[in-house]
Design a protein. Structure first.
Lengths: 112, 114
């Protein structure tokens, strides 16, 4: 069955450092993958979409990579700030079900 | 611009009771969906709709019904609530269905079934 794993349930880093979050998927081959941010008590908010042929995409301090051979996406936040503290969800596209399937999320805490 | 609006924000039910979770969007989106979010399990798709009059099942549809009579509204009905349905429910919409579309989420309904 399809499975999505995000590297750890929680990640603590120091302000100013680069945060790297990992999303691994098995038993399917998405052509697209999205990343969302979720704050406590709120719904997820879209951040980035990356296509399988893009390898890397950037938006301000955010960078996403997509390695279809490793079946993995990495999400980087450079020069992290306490305001970046949130849960980050990856969502690979399910070609069969024609929907995005969400991972369990990684809770990032940026410490001042 | 309200986006996706969900009501109520909190609800407590007794086992066997029924209720409807409301979802409305004002962005003229064709695609709407319902997810439930449980600790450690991510968002799981319950039902979705690609347009008025069209609905389909997602990953975990049992115990839930939906209908889509208008483009704006997509209510989720629990026919006979069970403790296993205790969860946070999110409604989401997008302009159309497809891998290129980003989802807009409501703020969620926290449901407890006793």
């Amino acid at each position: 069955s399809q499975k999505i794993e995000q590297n750890s349930e929680a990640l603590n880093i120091q302000e100013g450092k680069t945060a790297t979050l990992t999303c691994n998927y098995t038993n399917y081959s998405p052509a697209y993958l999205q990343w969302y941010r979720q704050d406590p008590g709120r719904g997820p908010v879209f951040l980035l979409l990356i296509r399988e042929n893009e390898k890397e995409k950037r938006k301000e301090r955010l960078k996403v990579t997509f390695d279809t051979t490793l079946k993995q996406s990495l999400f980087h936040i450079t020069a992290s700030q306490p305001a970046d503290s949130a849960t980050y969800l990856c969502a690979p596209w399910d070609n069969y079900g024609q929907n995005f399937v969400f991972g369990p999320g990684t809770r990032l805490s940026v410490l001042p | 611009n309200a986006g996706v609006t969900q009501t109520p924000k909190f609800q407590v039910l007794k086992t066997g009771q029924s209720m409807t979770l409301q979802c409305a969007q004002d962005m003229n989106h064709e695609y709407m969906s319902w997810y439930r979010q449980d600790p450690g399990m991510g968002l799981r798709l319950i039902h979705y709709s690609v347009g008025a009059g069209i609905t389909d099942q997602g990953e975990v549809p049992n115990g839930y019904n939906v209908s889509r009579s208008t483009t704006e509204d997509f209510p989720l009905r629990l026919l006979s609530a069970a403790p296993s349905q205790t969860s946070v429910y999110f409604c989401a919409s997008s302009y159309s269905t497809g891998s290129n579309e980003k989802l807009f989420f409501g703020s969620g309904t926290q449901l407890s079934v006793l």
